[in-house]
Design a protein around this ligand. Structure first.
Ligand SMILES: NC(=O)c1ccc[n+]([C@@H]2O[C@H](COP(=O)([O-])OP(=O)(O)OC[C@H]3O[C@@H](n4cnc5c(N)ncnc54)[C@H](O)[C@@H]3O)[C@@H](O)[C@H]2O)c1
Length: 395
């Protein structure tokens, strides 16, 4: 078979841009030529480009024009505008999580602590509708980069559900660590919120995905989230928080803990916790309790490998696992973290979809459900956990 060649354009030159670029080298179904990178600060985009032998573009539009697939690896507040620009030019667009959100009135003074959450739900819903409308009018499409959907453990659970016809009764899961490295995270006007949108989105989308899978396998239609109840807290911003220096504690106007309870259309449930308060590396897992089986997906850490290192400095040049605080003693070292997190699998699927139309698992419909549930969650948290309906924005 003659492999199709597709040109990749990367928007952003930070953490996500790096792992997107790395994942491209593991795409086998198509030939990927990286057109280049754009990010607003010249020094950063040039450094990113030079290190990888790429072209640094000084404008977003010229990068989009030179690409077939545009990777949105910039802060959440930029996702809508970059995605719509790419779709208008009939490009494929890989949108990092969160798909979109509500970022305030656009002013630098916007404060996430004191605005009505109904405004956030309405604003996020409008943003979703604009992106979906742009997708409908485009020859390109949205490839939603929720890597948890493509994590091998979640895909194995998909197989179990499809082959056994199981009904998921209750899921619970978590994404937590000691704080995002991104300087833009923690400012509502750039990140659209805190732990609920930035972290809970991962296990939440995996849970929503598995109920979509279950519904499609049995009845030909996805089972959607109907209502949510949520709580959020800003623990590191409390006057009585005692900073021992191990967790990030400089969020300006976002929460650092969130829990969300989802009730699906069929009455079954999921509980997701997310926080910036957990030491010892990322804590990413989802447990599925079904009527005919039980599955625990340990995305990270997992027991694939463990190392014991008696002297910290011996491992100075050894990558162990994401956000581990120390490399001394026992560690849940990951032999191939990107494989467990699904980064290479999502990229392979997205390029096959763009090239040959092979169906994807993580699409704009799933992304829309996730953002609708999250911002319904913010409204619920404002009401101390009252049940709030999740709007259906994609039908
Ligand atoms: N799937 C995952 O596991 C995962 C992990 C980390 C981040 N992310 C997501 O990736 C996105 C980027 O996060 P990050 O951690 O790389 O942040 P980062 O701060 O490390 O990098 C952001 C980059 O975007 C650039 N940028 C800022 N404004 C821009 C604009 N208007 N146009 C183009 N580029 C712009 C910045 O200069 C920087 O290069 C976020 O949406 C984040 O949620 C996903």
């Amino acid at each position: 078979m003659n492999k199709k060649t597709l040109r990749a354009g990367i928007v952003g030159s930070g953490f996500a841009a790096k792992f997107h670029f790395d994942a491209l080298s593991r795409v086998h179904g198509t030939v990927v030529e990286t057109a280049g990178v754009f990010s607003p600060i010249e020094k950063n985009r040039v450094a990113f480009a030079e290190e990888r032998g790429l072209r640094a573009f000084d404008g977003l539009e010229t990068l989009i024009e030179a690409s077939d697939v545009v990777h949105v690896c910039s802060p959440p507040v930029t996702h809508e505008s970059v995605a719509i620009s790419a779709l208008k030019r009939d490009k494929w667009v890989i949108v990092e999580k969160p798909f979109t959100g509500y970022f305030g009135d656009g002013s630098g003074k916007f404060n996430g602590d004191d605005f009505p959450r109904q405004q956030a739900l309405d604003g996020a819903a409008e943003s979703i509708r604009r992106i979906l409308e742009a997708e409908r009018s485009s020859k390109g499409g949205i490839l939603y980069a929720e890597n948890w959907v493509y994590a091998p453990a979640i895909q194995k659970e998909r197989e179990v559900l499809e082959k056994t016809g199981g009904q998921i009764l209750w899921m619970h899961g978590e994404e937590s660590h000691s704080g995002s490295h991104s300087p833009d995270y923690g400012k509502w006007r750039l990140s659209g919120g805190g732990s609920l949108v930035g972290k809970a989105c991962h296990p939440l989308t995996a849970a929503l995905y598995l109920k979509h899978v279950e519904g499609k396998a049995r009845d030909g239609r996805p089972i959607r989230p109907a209502t949510v109840s949520a709580r959020t807290h800003a623990i590191t911003r409390m006057p009585d928080f005692r900073d021992a220096g191990h967790i990030r504690a400089n969020y300006t106007d976002t929460e650092d803990f969130a829990m969300i309870h989802v009730v699906f259309e069929d009455g079954t449930i999921a509980d997701i916790v997310a926080s910036e308060l957990v030491l010892g590396g990322v804590h990413n897992w989802l447990e599925v309790n079904a009527n005919n089986h039980r599955t625990i997906c340990n995305i990270s850490p997992n027991t694939s490998m463990q190392t014991y290192n008696p002297v910290e400095s011996q491992f100075d040049d050894v990558y162990v696992v994401e956000k581990i605080g120390t490399k001394q003693g026992w560690a849940p070292t990951s032999p191939d973290e990107d494989w467990f997190t699904g980064y290479q699998h999502e990229m392979e699927a997205f390029y096959r979809n763009a090239a040959y139309g092979t169906p994807i698992q993580s699409d704009s419909r799933l992304a829309a459900d996730c953002i609708a549930a999250i911002y319904a969650g913010y409204l619920s948290a404002e009401k101390n956990g009252a049940e709030v309906e999740v709007p259906n924005l994609s039908d």
